[in-house]
Ligand binder design. Structure first.
Ligand SMILES: [Zn+2]
Length: 90
């Protein structure tokens, strides 16, 4: 029997709704719990947000990727800088 994509999507929606009902100190109404399913962390202040946006620095994931590439093939690929990544903040 084939499980429809809609059923899977609804299953995960309900699963996350149950899991995240205590987010934000558990003060969420039923409508806000639905919002939290799709937006678990709505803040993008300078503490939470992307460091490229706020400080012009690489993200931790990009730094790790640079180190990984440098260790695999030293000298054949130049390390990426801030401007090499597509700016998705706009
Ligand atoms: Zn924040």
């Amino acid at each position: 029997m084939k499980i429809s994509k809609r059923a899977i999507r609804r299953h995960h929606y309900e699963r996350l709704k149950k899991k995240r009902q205590n987010y934000w100190r558990g003060i969420l109404s039923a409508e806000r719990v639905g919002f939290v399913v799709n937006t678990p962390h709505p803040c993008s202040c300078y503490l939470c947000g992307n460091p490229r946006k706020h400080f012009g620095e690489l993200t931790i994931q990009e730094i790790r990727q640079n180190k990984k590439e440098a260790s695999q093939c030293a000298g054949c690929l130049p390390l990426r800088k801030v401007g090499d990544y597509q700016d998705v903040t706009q």
